[in-house]
Ligand binder design. Sequence first.
Ligand code: 3SL
Length: 242
Amino acid sequence: MMDTRKHIEVCFTPGEYEYFKDEFEIVVVIDVLRATSAICAGFANGIKSIIPVSTIEEAMEYKAKGYLAGAERKGQIVEGFDFGNSPYSYMRDDFKGKEVVLTTTNGTKALNIAKDAETVVVGSLLNLDALCKWLEVQDKNILCLCSGWQDKFNLEDTICAGAICEYLLSTGKFQSDEDSSIAAKYLFLSAKDNYFGYLKSSSHRRRLKNLNLNEDIKYCLTPNQTDVIPVLRDGKLTDISK
Ligand code: 3SL
């Protein structure tokens, strides 16, 4: 009998995306610390749309045109911008109903690398359950693209990708072939009872902790705070859950 199950697979870094990209209709871009979490926090707070750009120059051009524009590099707000990548920056009242431009070290870059996929959706622990339920009913092959750190593997994105794999595989409607997907699932199963403790020694958690961003880390590692489903269309993210 023909196997009609769809694929759910994991790509550990944007650098490996080219080896996967042609086989998947949906790409879930994940940057748990902190870009995709900040994006979800923004939509949960009523932001109308977010334009993810890859370079500081592009973000600056938008800023010059009067847009609310944020920029982060190496975890810090880039000089000349008023906000960066902290999810708390996106909870301001004056952001409600507005269009915001954002550039980050890895997350917005991964979004732009994936932009030609049929559907690009933003994943994080913050919208995990809602996203998994939405993905389950799309009847498409799905790739979780981890943003990593400067094209290197990271634990937090992989754990989130593993959580998505675990959920979708448990529905019986999906299969995984790649070792990366199996590894992501096992990492999630080891981490799921205590993300914060599990990631204690992870490189980016250390990096952010050194910048006194522990509250951001706690927020980004607290699952299911929102039902938003941010989807990239024509270079712009909007929440299609409404
Ligand atoms: O790499 C990114 O896109 C950021 O999420 C990194 S940071 O958490 O703002 O340092």
